[in-house]
Write a protein that binds this ligand. Structure first.
Ligand code: HEC
Ligand code: HEC
Length: 404
């Protein structure tokens, strides 16, 4: 999610620099028929967008996603063709996934209030997204997408009993990560065959003596026959784990919620699995710059009183608690706004990202559930109930604003 944004910003910066350097007339950002500063891969992606992807999206999807509806305007218009493209690539929660093009939500959404994509449209859009991935990789110093993958392996299945039992009916699988630079580290899980696919439980990362760092694990099924199938919802796209090597015994840690049901994955004796990573290696003592200060809650103690209760209990006029969907039960909800993080600090940071301190009524965290917002699955029945719920955040926001 952040990666797409970073990459997007990088591409914009790169192009702006090219305009200055080459003194070419760059109106808008990267429009233009010739390659004006673009790598050949970028030019191909741009052509696929204008000729193939955009016309299809406009015909099938823009009536709702073209700007008319506030929370789903990922094909936002009016704008130049390229501005529309940039908005779509940077849209949050992400609808285009350059790391695993075929798992992009744009392609996997299917029938909803809008129609499913036709097979023809889906394959044209996939082609465009693959070209965008190639383009992102072609950028000279950009955060190119280097995907590393474990060897393919046949998981052993649990047919009953407790994991790791002496009878051997429920083996624990260990995938070693040595060859990927994370010496001694393993991913462990218990696998069960489901009618609809593969079900993993006890999914954990086990560090070696030098710790382990990983980013964005993606499970891919290599069925005995047919083409590989990536996790269609790319559920671990925002997972980064950095387990330390200290003298104390290092504990294994759950990946995501520790379970995952992969629909459409092969789960027979001849079906293989592999795990891709955006990045993997040993523990990183300094894992990049800290997030911007604006997103860090300073008064977590205050967060843990009324605001937290507002999310974990059912407020009047809503019918269910925010946590009942955003706590991991609903993947779309949790990837848009996670409320099931390890501690109050992390949960508070998530929520604060969408708080507009200058104009709190215009905060994304609130607007999602405003009466009449039909783009979110649930909303308050009346304005009065919505206002009463929002008021519960005031003391905390005041304290965040006042905190040094
Ligand atoms: C009649 C209106 C309508 C049309 C047409 C429509 N959609 Fe949607 N779409 C919605 C609504 C409403 C939502 C939000 C609720 C939901 O997620 O189902 C949505 C959500 C989505 C999302 C999730 C967005 C996010 O940020 O989470 C995707 C992806 C999507 N639509 C894809 C498409 C595609 C692709 C098309 C064209 C084939 C399309 N839609 C056409 C109404 C529409
Ligand atoms: C019935 C399940 C459900 C409940 C209950 C629920 N949400 Fe959501 N929420 C979702 C889903 C699903 C999405 C993602 C929509 C999408 O991307 O299609 C979402 C998205 C969001 C977003 C992100 C919107 C954006 O544009 O990025 C916010 C903010 C949000 N919800 C806030 C809340 C709050 C606050 C509550 C409680 C008052 C709440 N939600 C209750 C299902 C739920």
């Amino acid at each position: 999610m952040l990666d797409t944004l970073v990459r997007h910003l990088y591409m914009v910066r790169l192009t702006a620099a090219a305009c200055l350097l080459l003194m070419v007339g760059c109106t808008g950002l990267i429009d233009g028929g010739d390659n004006g500063g673009l790598t050949p891969e970028e030019a191909k992606a741009r052509a696929a967008w204008v000729q193939q992807a955009l016309p299809r999206l406009n015909a099938a999807c823009s009536s709702c996603h073209g700007g008319a509806r506030e929370m789903i305007n990922f094909i936002q218009q009016p704008a130049t063709d390229n501005e529309i493209r940039e908005t779509l690539l940077a849209y949050q929660p992400a609808v285009v996934n350059l790391d695993a093009p075929s798992s992009s939500r744009l392609l996997t959404k299917g029938l909803h209030e809008g129609p499913p994509l036709s097979t023809d449209d889906a394959s044209a859009l996939l082609d465009w997204i693959q070209k965008e991935r190639d383009a992102a990789q072609s950028l000279p110093e950009g955060p190119g997408i280097v995907v590393v993958e474990t060897a393919q392996f046949n998981p052993q299945y649990c047919s009953g009993g407790l994991p790791g039992n002496p009878e051997g009916t429920c083996p624990i699988n260990f995938v070693t990560l040595d060859s990927l630079g994370a010496t001694g580290a393993k991913i462990s899980f218990v696998a069960q065959a489901l009618g609809s696919g593969l079900y993993l439980t006890n999914l954990k990362l086990v560090p070696g003596t030098s710790g382990v760092f990983l980013k964005h694990p993606l499970f891919v099924s290599y069925p005995a026959t047919g083409t590989p199938v990536p996790d269609s919802i790319d559920r671990f796209f925002n997972i980064t784990m950095n387990l330390k090597d200290d003298q104390v015994a290092i504990e294994a840690q759950q990946i995501g919620g520790g379970t995952a049901a992969f629909v459409g994955f092969g789960a027979g004796p001849a079906d293989k699995l592999a795990i891709h990573f955006k990045e993997i290696g040993l523990f990183k003592p300094d894992d990049g710059p800290p997030p911007p200060a604006g997103n860090i809650c300073k008064v977590v103690g205050q967060w843990a009183t009324q605001p937290k209760t507002n999310l974990t209990t059912t407020p009047g006029g809503l019918g269910q608690s925010c946590l009942s969907c955003h706590g991991g039960q609903n993947n779309n909800a949790t990837s848009a706004l996670a409320m099931n993080l390890a501690d109050d600090q992390s949960n508070c940071n998530q929520f604060l990202q969408r708080i507009n301190k200058q104009d709190r009524n215009n905060s994304g965290s609130f607007l999602a559930v405003a009466p009449g917002n039909n783009n979110h699955p649930v909303r308050f029945a009346t304005q009065a109930q919505f206002d009463a719920w929002k008021a519960g955040f005031n003391g905390w926001i005041d304290a965040e604003v006042a905190a040094p």
